[in-house]
Structure formats: C-alpha cells, structure tokens
Design a protein around this ligand. Structure first.
Ligand code: NAD
Length: 267
C-alpha cells in the first residue's frame, strides 16, 4: 500500500476540526501527525473526538507543529482572520494547505498561488467541500438551458448572518452563464408585503428561509407548461463535508499551485 498522507489539523478543537481529526485517524490512507487548536490544548487528539488515544497531543503553536511534525498537508478550519497567515506559514514550511476557512481577497489568492509555485507544492482554498452541493449547482445550470423559468429556495439555521447564502449566489451565477436574462412572473405583479417575491437576480428570484434546527438545504425549482423539475440538496451534519476534504488532501499532493474552489477537483 502507498504511504499514508501525513496530515496536520488546525482548528482541531472546533466543530469542523474535530470531524477532520476523526477522518485522519480513521481513514487508512491518512495519518494524523499534528492537531493545533486554541481550545483543548494538551488533550490527546483521539480522546478529544471520542476515539482511542492517538498519541498526538493538541498544541497551540502552529509554526512548531509545521516545522516538527513531518506534515505533508495542513487542513485548516479556523477563522477568516487567520486564514491568510496560516496558509502562508504552511507554504513556507513546504506543507500543502487545504483551507476550509474563507475570507481571502483575490490579491491574496494570487500571491498564495505564486508562493505555492515557488515552493513547488499544491494548495486548495475551498469555500464549500460538499460534493453534493457542487453536483446540485452543476445540474441546475445544465437544466436552466432547457427550463429558463426557475426560482432558488435556500434554507439555513436562524443564526446565519448573510442572505442569500454563498451557495445560492454561486448557483445563480452558474445559471446565469447558461441562461439568457429573462424577467419572470407577471410584468404587472405587485408585492403587498415587501420582499414576498424574494431577491431579484437576472430575472429570477432567490428566497432565503431562516429557521432554528435547519442545517443547510437548497432547491432549484424549474417550471414549464405541464411539468416542473426540482433539484435539491440537503446537508444534515458536518461529517457530510469529509469525503470532499479527503479528495482535497489527496489532490493537493498531485498538483502545483493554489486552486480556488473545490469544484475544480470534481470531474
Ligand atoms: P468553530 O468555531 O467550531 O471552530 C473553530 C476552531 O478554530 C476553534 O476550535 C478555535 O479554537 C480554533 N482557532 C481559532 N483561531 C485559531 C488559531 N489562530 N489557531 C488555531 N486554532 C484556532 O467553527 P467551525 O464551525 O468548525 O468552522 C470553522 C471555519 O470553517 C469557519 O470559518 C467556517 O465558516 C468554515 N466552514 C467551512 C466549510 C467548508 O465546506 N469549506 C464548512 C463548514 C465551515
């Protein structure tokens, strides 16, 4: 069997980080070599996620973890504030970054791409690791060629600050690449309650539902005379992102340069 890929997890004590720690400990092709976090420092990483002791203690100092653990890939789920700094640090240590944390400017991504190429390594910045979400967006864009009348409805928990979701915006952009702008609905329609028809984008509407207990869902509804089509994706929990994270870890080992967007890793 090929050597296992040695993985350092940053933000290991967080909700996503714990799932990545479990992945790295349970997957036959991966090996957890470092767990960095601001919480749970000093704990065994295995014990932290309810598994057998892993012999890897949670530490606070990212730089020494990158320098001494022998990590080949760093998976980071921390906060946007640290995203750029952590990515640069990883590249400088020859460790390939797989960034689930968002908040990069286009200029920063360009600089990180340069740095990756300079060090001859690959990297990934992925605002969304869900394979299902990427397929849902692609299928919706494909359907919009034949069904130009559509509405997007997305559902998230009521703690979410932004609306519509980043996924809904990305879906709308992908649809717009395949569909001529077309103002839908009755040209004389009037809203008696403001916002009833949802957000307007290139002639179609986007609706954001915010409710407690919801994780993340989106449907794109297409309508035509005598038929309708619904393309829907439901996320129930964070573990659903892990197959995508594993693909990210594997693919950055084969590439050089920074890739922005997980969709580039899904054929
Ligand atoms: P969380 O608050 O549960 O976890 C963040 C963890 O990072 C905490 O344990 C915190 O102690 C740690 N941390 C913060 N700063 C750190 C630093 N400088 N060094 C080391 N550790 C540090 O949050 P979460 O729900 O796990 O989400 C983490 C990030 O991932 C967020 O930015 C979120 O938007 C993003 N996210 C991305 C995807 C995706 O598919 N790309 C999916 C879900 C969440």
């Amino acid at each position: 069997m090929a050597d296992k890929i040695r993985v350092a997890v940053v933000g290991a004590g967080g909700r996503m980080g714990r799932e990545v720690v479990k992945l790295a400990l349970q997957d036959q092709e991966l090996e957890l070599v470092a767990a960095v976090s601001r919480s749970e420092v000093g704990m065994d990483a295995g014990g932290m996620v309810g598994l057998a002791p892993a012999g890897v203690l949670v530490t606070e100092d990212l730089e020494s973890a990158l320098a001494s653990s022998g990590a080949e890939v760093m998976v980071d789920f921390t906060t946007p504030q640290f995203a750029y700094k952590h990515t640069l640090l990883a590249i400088q240590h020859g460790v390939r970054p797989v960034m689930g944390t968002t908040g990069f400017t286009p200029e920063q991504i360009e600089e990180l791409d340069k740095q990756c190429k300079l060090h001859g390594i690959g990297g990934l910045i992925a605002p969304n690791f869900s394979i299902g979400v990427i397929l849902m967006m692609r299928f919706a864009a494909q359907a919009a060629k034949y069904f130009p009348h559509l509405e997007i409805i997305e559902y998230h928990g009521d703690h979410k600050l932004d609306a519509p979701s980043g996924t809904a915006v990305k879906t709308a952009e992908m649809i717009a690449e395949q569909r001529q702008e077309l103002r839908q609905g009755n040209p004389h329609e009037e809203e008696t309650i403001e916002g009833s028809r949802g957000g307007y984008y290139q002639g179609f509407r986007i609706h954001s539902v915010r409710l407690p207990g919801v994780f993340a869902q989106q449907e794109v509804v297409f309508g035509d005379y005598g038929q309708s089509l619904k393309i829907r994706h439901d996320s129930y929990e964070r573990a659903g992102y892990m197959p995508g994270v594993k693909i990210g870890i594997q693919k950055v080992m084969e590439r050089t340069g920074m890739v922005y967007g997980f969709e580039h890793f899904i054929d």
